[in-house]
Design a protein around this ligand. Sequence first.
Ligand SMILES: *[C@@H]1O[C@H](CO)[C@@H](O)[C@H](O)[C@H]1NC(C)=O
Ligand SMILES: *[C@@H]1O[C@H](CO)[C@@H](O)[C@H](O)[C@H]1NC(C)=O
Ligand SMILES: *[C@@H]1O[C@H](CO)[C@@H](O)[C@H](O)[C@H]1NC(C)=O
Ligand SMILES: *[C@@H]1O[C@H](CO)[C@@H](O)[C@H](O)[C@H]1NC(C)=O
Ligand SMILES: *[C@@H]1O[C@H](CO)[C@@H](O)[C@H](O)[C@H]1NC(C)=O
Ligand SMILES: *[C@@H]1O[C@H](CO)[C@@H](O)[C@H](O)[C@H]1NC(C)=O
Length: 367
Amino acid sequence: MLFLSSLLTLASTASCSAPKIIIDNDWTSVGFVTFLLAVDAGWDVLGLVGDTANSWARQTSLHGLALLEIGNLSCIPVHKGADYPLLNTPTQHQTWELLHGPLPYISSAGAFKPENATAEALGNDPTSGDPTRISRAAFIEGFPNTTLAGETAAAWMVEQVRKYPGQVTIYSGGALTNVALAVRLDPTFASNAKGLVIMGGYLDVMMLQTTGTRLLADINSDINLKVDPEAAKIALTANFPNITIVGNGANQVFPVQEYLDEVYQVETPYTKLFHDHYGTRLPFWDEIAMFAGLYPEHVVNSTSFLVDVDTAWSSPYYGNIMVYQELLMPKVQKLQKAQYINEINQTALLSAMKRSMECPKCATFCK
Ligand SMILES: *[C@@H]1O[C@H](CO)[C@@H](O)[C@H](O)[C@H]1NC(C)=O
Ligand SMILES: *[C@@H]1O[C@H](CO)[C@@H](O)[C@H](O)[C@H]1NC(C)=O
Ligand SMILES: *[C@@H]1O[C@H](CO)[C@@H](O)[C@H](O)[C@H]1NC(C)=O
Ligand SMILES: *[C@@H]1O[C@H](CO)[C@@H](O)[C@H](O)[C@H]1NC(C)=O
Ligand SMILES: *[C@@H]1O[C@H](CO)[C@@H](O)[C@H](O)[C@H]1NC(C)=O
Ligand SMILES: *[C@@H]1O[C@H](CO)[C@@H](O)[C@H](O)[C@H]1NC(C)=O
């Protein structure tokens, strides 16, 4: 039995030498660039996970399915993550905002914004209320005709990392709920993964929250980590061999109309959605984070430090990262060292994104 299973493991690892990645995100209609960048780079995308951050996990997972379907990429499975963060709820978050001021993120905190039926009918993803409801009006990319591969994403991630020890990079562009659940399900999950790459974790940005527009405050405050601070702490203090955090650096590049037009010179379902719906208001947050994970050679400025996350509910910094140099690190906690990305090569990012949306590999990826 043991012999047979080792043989099988050998066979499956030898059959595909491409780097492997699981992409966990709070998918929206325009979130496809992250997985397209990985496909374009020749990585083996083991699957997508839909989490609760921008909207509820069911809605974000269905966006994931739809975005794969429009590009003939439905062989990539989608697993739905937990509906709720480990502790946080809309009521708790809204109460925290009364004490510490609203998070500016698109008028207050993604999935925890108060429910608004009018906004949903007009095409917004669901917020607050029943996490199992779906808002079809938000599927400008088309409602998926395929189905979820599973609804217990954390267990599936554990299985994948056991199947390919040392080979799987975990990317998270939303809340870290499912990564934390996987860490707790299997004590070897983090050490057996290849690394963790996250979008979020802003540092030293308070001045920018007070001296400019609401948008400037918005892009300089966290949402992903603040939706689930306890999960962020569990994930970022787990012993992944490598942790990459893309916070402030994720604000480096903004879309401009000329770029949207340039990308649309080649028409695919992705370039069309990008051109018509991406907008020019918010930076390429998730795209920059994924790019930094796929192309370390294009990171032009980074630093490293030990990372903790504030999990005191009463704190205004609840869900923000706290960082240390070794000389001043806490003595009674085991913190991990993370690489913090300050800057990537913008030219290389924009050309990789453009190429990925033209998706020369979409036709053959699933064959
Ligand atoms: C699912 O099929 C319907 C009917 O053909 C189509 O309108 C819709 O766009 C499809 N969904 C996706 C995500 O392609
Ligand atoms: C998906 O497959 C269809 C049918 O083969 C093809 O017409 C279309 O161009 C493909 N889409 C992409 C994005 O490759
Ligand atoms: C609900 O959404 C609609 C449409 O976006 C907006 O006009 C209205 O102000 C929102 N209501 C509240 C209470 O925010
Ligand atoms: C961690 O990952 C980054 C980005 O992929 C890479 O540049 C760095 O060398 C890795 N560090 C270690 C210790 O493996
Ligand atoms: C790297 O980024 C940091 C943080 O933004 C900045 O203070 C520093 O000047 C940058 N270094 C270089 C060489 O650009
Ligand atoms: C940035 O990337 C472009 C395109 O890949 C390359 O030509 C250029 O030399 C890079 N710049 C730096 C500073 O690495």
